[in-house]
Design a protein around this ligand. Structure first.
Ligand SMILES: *Cc1c(COP(=O)(O)O)cnc(C)c1O
Length: 379
């Protein structure tokens, strides 16, 4: 089955009990049992719920994986992955990452005895950072917010030679443009809040994995820790998934036009978008992705918080807000919003500087978006 058919049908077959074409919202916490120890697959909705199960089947199919687990947020999914480790275990992560992931590593799991190293993202840097205790490589690609591309296949090869597993946060690309398990990664993380939900109306997360033993551990922890999505949010995610292809197609088409517009604008000093042929990661992106996505970052010439503020105040269609991946265009100021939990010194080393703006390109008419950007860059 091709991707655009899977998003509509995989896991989303008509309901067995009623024939309902759309997966029903099974808004129940518990299930009647025929007798003690005899039930029809569901006991309690933290452990399992039919709407959530449909979502998990859908997500596994989209990533071409064997198993999937849904969570109440992206960070809840990440928390569950890290909970499979024990004190002393070591994780190597690419330094350009979502601020909340960094905060989870440094402020939640470090005090429990996990060790973290941060590297630039080249395969060689990952290899150099390996210690006897290294259990995981943690990658985002494209990275947040600088849209760097990490070579998932070559990092996975190095990892597997050293008995290390590779986690890829695939939130920015979405499975429409990139399927990390096919490139050799062991586990995919999603904040389904973003492109998978697609309408800025829910918070959710997911894991997709092929290894059965790791899946069993994660499934145990999903229930034991308990950060599961409710039936209604699971249904919203299923509803979002059905239009993933048409949305991603339009996000990218708009993003390409806008990236070119920004690249030629005198008030913009730098544009980060892997779809631009001038981008240093363009060739690698072309190799491992089937498209470049809808996220762009750019720097205002001599920009600082005052200039950024006068820019965002002039925008009339595009809103200043956290998050990304919805149908509406949003801008964000990473250094004090999404990446505010990373210390300033580290932010500057990575390149998340005070002139940087991140744009989540929506699916509005691109001419309106360019006009909005154009009148706002004229300060
Ligand atoms: C938003 C985001 C997360 C965290 O997900 P939540 O759903 O907000 O908990 C993780 N990784 C990336 C790349 C994100 O953009």
């Amino acid at each position: 089955m091709k991707f655009s058919t899977k998003i509509i049908h995989a896991g989303q077959e008509p309901d067995k009990a009623t024939g309902a074409v759309v997966v029903p919202i099974y808004q129940t916490s518990t299930y009647k049992q025929e007798e003690v120890n005899v039930h029809n697959g569901f006991e309690y909705s933290r452990t399992g719920n039919p709407t959530r199960q449909a979502l998990e089947e859908s997500l596994a199919a989209l990533e071409n994986g064997r198993f999937s687990l849904a969570f109440s947020s992206g960070l809840a999914a990440e928390h569950t992955v890290l909970s499979t480790l024990k004190p002393g275990d070591h994780v190597v992560a690419a330094e350009d990452m979502y601020g909340g992931t960094y905060r989870l590593f440094e402020q939640v799991f470090k005090p429990y005895g996990l060790q973290f190293s941060y590297v630039n993202g080249n395969t060689y840097d990952f290899e150099k950072a390996i210690k006897p205790e290294t259990k995981l490589f943690w990658i985002e690609s494209p990275t947040n917010p600088l849209l760097r591309i990490i070579d998932i296949a070559s990092v996975s090869t190095i990892a597997h030679k050293n008995d290390i597993k590779v986690v890829v946060d695939n939130t920015f690309a979405s499975p429409y443009f990139q399927q990390p398990l096919q490139l050799g990664a062991d586990l995919v993380v999603h904040s389904t809040t973003k492109y998978i939900g697609g309408h800025s109306d829910l918070i959710g997360g997911a894991l997709i994995v092929n290894d059965e033993e790791w899946y069993a551990k994660l499934k145990f922890l999903q229930n034991a820790i308990g950060a599961v999505p409710g039936a209604f949010d699971s249904w919203l995610m299923l509803r979002g998934i059905k239009t993933l292809s048409v949305r991603m197609y339009q996000h990218e088409k708009n993003a390409l036009r806008i990236a070119e517009f920004l690249e030629n604008h005198p008030a913009v000093s730098q544009v980060f978008y892997p779809g631009l042929s001038s981008n240093q990661f363009h060739t690698l992106a072309k190799q491992q992705m089937t498209g470049y996505g809808g996220m762009i970052s750019f720097k205002l010439l001599n920009g600082d918080i005052t200039k950024v503020n006068s820019f965002v105040k002039k925008l009339s269609i595009i809103s200043l807000a956290e998050s990304l991946g919805g149908v509406e265009s949003l801008v964000c100021y990473p250094s004090s919003m999404t990446h505010g939990s990373i210390p300033e010194e580290q932010r500057n080393t990575i390149g998340v500087t005070k002139d940087l703006i991140r744009l989540s390109v929506g699916i509005e008419d691109v001419d309106d978006l360019i006009e909005d950007l154009s009148q706002s860059l004229n300060y």
